[in-house]
Write a protein that binds this ligand. Structure first.
Ligand code: ADP
Length: 189
């Protein structure tokens, strides 16, 4: 059973690595970004609420994404493990996740922080060209990351559950490092 949380700046490779881990371990990658983008595309009430935050590089309100994750983690599809990609992104989200996992009486194996230098990140995202991958929106997302998400690194490090992985390498090299790490990981209590 593998339960892992991926954190790191936008463009650090969480999505790509999440997909590879999903295939390798046969467990779902749960990505709040993917869920929100699908909602925007389908113009659901959630999508209509999330759209302007996403387009400007800001975070969708905590209460919205926490609700999404509560639903997904309690679904049948998540019963054999999961990879969280893009959640949590703030300290309140991390606290809500801890509370939910305690309620469900489960824990995660580890939190993996993928990192890469800002200039590499900007180049990767410009090459990707998603709707929110325009240079000024990218810069805003990086700023939001430093302000709101980077504090999670200390939050998880203090719990002893953080593993840092250099994301500034080819995807297959990063993937090999992650698989090796997860095989040896013990769940945190
Ligand atoms: P990236 O990792 O490239 O920034 P994501 O797909 O994870 O892309 O997220 C895209 C956007 O979706 C974010 O900029 C934000 O607006 C919104 N989003 C995704 N996850 C969260 C979250 N956990 N909390 C708040 N907003 C989120």
């Amino acid at each position: 059973m593998v339960r892992v949380i991926l954190v790191g700046p936008p463009g650090s490779g969480k999505g790509t690595q999440g997909e590879l881990l999903q295939a390798a371990f046969g467990i779902p990658k749960i990505s709040t970004g993917d869920i929100l983008r699908a909602a925007v595309r389908d113009e659901t009430p959630l999508g209509l609420e999330a759209k302007h935050y996403m387009e400007s590089g800001n975070l969708v309100p905590d209460s919205v994404v926490i609700g999404l994750i509560e639903e997904r983690l309690q679904s049948e599809a998540a019963s054999d493990g999961w990879i969280l990609d893009g959640f949590p992104r703030t300290i309140p989200q991390a606290e809500a996740l801890d509370a939910l996992l305690a309620k469900l009486n489960i824990s995660y194996d580890c939190v993996i922080c993928l990192d890469a230098p800002d200039e590499e990140i900007v180049q990767r995202m410009l090459a990707r060209g998603r709707d929110d991958d325009k240079e000024e929106v990218i810069r805003e997302r990086l700023k939001v990351y430093r302000d709101k998400t980077a504090p999670l690194i200390e939050f998880y490090d203090r719990k002893g559950s953080l593993q840092a992985v250099n994301g500034n390498r080819p995807p297959e090299v990063v993937s090999a490092a992650l698989k090796e790490l997860l095989q040896f990981e013990q769940p945190v209590s």
